[in-house]
Design a protein around this ligand. Structure first.
Ligand SMILES: CC(C)(COP(=O)(O)OP(=O)(O)OC[C@H]1O[C@@H](n2cnc3c(N)ncnc32)[C@H](O)[C@@H]1OP(=O)(O)O)[C@@H](O)C(=O)NCCC(=O)NCCS
Length: 103
């Protein structure tokens, strides 16, 4: 499990938690899974979330993962992940599953 935080003036304002080398059943491949991602509400829309995802991707690539995946919480977070290059691969009657091939 890897955690990265974003700080402003010494305060934590955002974080991402990623597991690397997880077997992703949905695509039958090993990959990184975004367990959680959040930015403080009043600081959203300033690029913090995007930078956290980039940081997590860099780490996952270094660890040998080629795919990164997540489970968007709602339509807003799905729109965010689409902007980060993720696509919806949810299988019928399954939990949301969005992924992105990094390499
Ligand atoms: C999702 C979340 C982490 C995004 O963080 P953020 O710091 O606001 O995101 P950014 O500012 O880096 O946005 C990056 C891009 O996504 C877009 N984006 C962000 N939120 C969006 C939304 N709700 N709808 C559409 N686009 C959105 C931004 O416009 C930006 O696009 P640009 O690069 O073209 O300007 C934040 O909204 C959040 O904490 N949400 C609640 C928790 C959550 O949903 N977590 C994800 C599921 S685990």
């Amino acid at each position: 499990m890897s955690d990265f935080v974003a700080e402003r003036a010494g305060e934590v304002v955002g974080w991402i938690q990623v597991t690397v080398h997880e077997e992703l059943d949905e695509i039958g491949e090993q990959g990184a899974w975004i367990q959680s991602l959040a930015v403080l509400p009043h600081l959203r829309g300033q690029g913090i979330g995007g930078k956290l995802v980039e940081r997590a991707q860099a780490q996952a690539i270094q660890a040998g993962d080629r795919v990164i995946a997540c489970q968007p919480l709602d339509q807003d977070s799905a729109a965010f992940f689409r902007g980060q290059g993720f696509a919806d691969n949810t299988m019928q009657e399954h939990e949301p599953f969005w992924s992105k091939r990094m390499t």
